[in-house]
Design a protein around this ligand. Sequence first.
Ligand code: HEC
Ligand code: HEC
Length: 217
Amino acid sequence: MLLKKTVQIVVLAWGGYACHQKNESRKPDLKQGGKAYTEHCTSCHGKTGVGVVQFKAPALAGLEATYVYRQMMNFKNGVRGYAPQDTAGMQMAVIAKNWSDTAMLYHVAAYIDSLPPVTHPLRVTADAQNGKEIYQSICGSCHGSSGQGNTKLNAPSLLGSQPWYIASQFQKFKNGWRGSHPSDQFGAQMAAITSLVNDQSVNDIIAYLQALNPSTK
Ligand code: HEC
Ligand code: HEC
């Protein structure tokens, strides 16, 4: 009697990243991505993706792969890091412009996405309750009610970013140093929001976001 063998195919879920990258049908390779990250990104963004304040390099750990990929392409194509006053953005733009292997970038972005989000100390005086109210009435509709981001709306997670970085990007959107390039439709959406919130409220929102970060629990 012949035994019938059932071959079970295990389908791995890749967090939706492959679906979002229309040009890439391959699965991301985290091992390759991790190797390239260590070689090219660790010096500024840290081994665990925690960021390095001295270099004005943000935390990357846990940022959505689609978002990371898009930002790299934005830096590469002069859509971000174009303003002469934006020295940190211009520094990152140099790195991205020298990066020609976009297929490898796909793996690096997936690797960054796989890193657990990190927490950072808050060094500003802030009112998290006021932050909660403003966040939930304005920011949450795009960035998610728990700050987790919303890939469908292209709004990144804000949970693992350093307080100084969130404040600096907010300011860049406000000044037109980010989000004012004609090809940056998502940045423009964010830039439009900045006139609704003053600097102290941004600090309050950041304090609230810190309390939301699951790694603080
Ligand atoms: C020389 C230092 C340096 C190196 C090396 C570097 N970065 Fe950066 N990166 C920066 C700085 C500074 C910024 C902040 C730019 C800004 O303020 O807009 C940044 C920002 C970013 C952002 C935007 C994050 C966000 O939340 O929007 C991404 C994504 C990024 N880097 C990915 C990478 C990757 C991937 C590598 C390796 C291939 C890399 N970086 C290597 C300095 C560096
Ligand atoms: C209409 C939707 C929308 C709303 C409302 C919104 N954002 Fe955004 N935000 C975005 C999008 C889209 C991006 C990504 C822009 C890009 O791709 O460069 C973004 C990016 C950001 C970034 C940059 C993150 C990074 O890693 O560099 C910060 C900081 C930010 N938003 C904070 C806020 C805060 C605080 C509020 C509330 C006051 C808010 N946003 C409200 C859509 C929104």
